[in-house]
Design a protein around this ligand. Structure first.
Ligand code: ZN
Length: 137
C-alpha cells in the first residue's frame, strides 16, 4: 500500500475529530478486549485477588490516629536516620527512609514494632514475611 502523506493524514484526523463510535462498534471493542483479558491478558495482569501477593485487601484499612509525618520522623530519629538492615544513611539514599511495621499490622504503632528501612530493604521485606518477622523480633 502506498504510504499516506502527512497532509492527507492530518485531514483525515480532522474529519475524525468529534465523531463517536456507534453502539455496535463499542460492543465489538468491548468484546474483543474482554476476550483479550480472559486469555492473553490474565497472565500479565494478576490484579487483586488473583495476585499471589494479595493480602486480603489490607490497603483499604486506614492507618490509626497518631500515624503521621512527625511520628514517623521520630522513629527515623531514634534509628539515627540509618537503615536498620543494610546500615546505609538517609543522605546516601536521597529518599527518606521508610518506617516498617515488624508484625505487618498497620494498627500496631508501638515504637518497638517500628523500624527504619531504606526503600531497597523495605521492598525485600514484602516477600517471605514470616522470615522477616523473626529477623526483626
Ligand atoms: Zn537498607
Amino acid at each position: 500500500m502506498k504510504p499516506k502523506q502527512a497532509k492527507h493524514l492530518k485531514r483525515l484526523a480532522k474529519l475524525r475529530k468529534g465523531t463517536k463510535h456507534s453502539f455496535s462498534t463499542k460492543n465489538k471493542i468491548r468484546q474483543s478486549l474482554m476476550l483479550f483479558y480472559e486469555t492473553v491478558g490474565k497472565r500479565h495482569y494478576n490484579i487483586g485477588v488473583d495476585n499471589p501477593n494479595w493480602n486480603g485487601g489490607i490497603q483499604f484499612i486506614p492507618y490509626p490516629l497518631g500515624w503521621n509525618k512527625t511520628f514517623k520522623e521520630q522513629i527515623r530519629y531514634r534509628d539515627s536516620y540509618t537503615c536498620q538492615m543494610c546500615g546505609c544513611s538517609e543522605l546516601e539514599n536521597i529518599k527518606t527512609l521508610s518506617v516498617h511495621h515488624i508484625d505487618y499490622d498497620k494498627k500496631n504503632i508501638k515504637e518497638n514494632n517500628l523500624i527504619s528501612l531504606c526503600r531497597k530493604c523495605h521492598t525485600k521485606t514484602n516477600y517471605n514475611r514470616k522470615y522477616w518477622m523473626e529477623v526483626f523480633s
